[in-house]
Design a binder for this molecule. Sequence first.
Ligand code: SAM
Length: 246
Amino acid sequence: MKTDTRLLAGLTELGIPYNDRMLEQLETYYEMMIEKNKVMNLTAVTEKDEVITKHFLDSLCFAKVYMAKRKEGFSPKIIDIGTGAGFPGIPLKIFFPEIQIVLLDSLQKRIIFLQDVVSMLGLDGISCVHGRAEELSGKAEYREKFDYAVSRAVARLASLSELCVPFVREGGQFLAYKSEGATEEIDEAREALSTLGCKKVEILSYTIPQSDLPRKMVVASKTAPTPAKYPRGGGKPMKQPIGVKK
Ligand code: SAM
């Protein structure tokens, strides 16, 4: 990764400082993911240049929200919901070592892989948790405890909001990484976001650095606590998303 001009230019474009150790950690992570992908479904994208843009730089677009606050010496607590092979959470932890992050996934095999990654890379301030978001967010140690909940490629926004917003403290933000064509999905989720306590919602539109791939990020600011009845059980967040007519 040290000589990968696309990665280095992408980091510069995002305003993210880096050092050799971070680039070595990213290289090791890439190699572990490709190796494990031979026996387990982790990623459809394996070619290095594509992984750099579609996984690494895409994940790091968190910088668009975070860099201004980072300058103020903020060390946030973050939860990555449905992290899969570790996106966006692992690249965030490598390049923003000051964060404390929980990587959550309902598939235990992926969590075991991520625990290996964490120990091989020598990361601290990171925990890999096996569980379902809608079960964990009811527990006192998780509920409304995070500055940011981030999530990429897990569910449609109205459902995803019910999985993610209960983790966010008042004054914190839920960030959903979405594709360019997510406009309808975003409109459909406005009632859910508001009901769950996010009255202020901004949409960032951009292309992933060093590519022409358009993306959107939903930035939902939590302005009120989530009512205790959310998230609902019995698969309701997915089957009957708040505010979505059948
Ligand atoms: N975020 C990663 C990415 O962008 O590459 C992984 C996306 S993958 C398509 C979705 C992941 O979400 C899977 O690993 C799945 O196990 C996890 N997941 C789905 N529903 C979940 C839930 N309710 N709670 C926790 N994890 C969930």
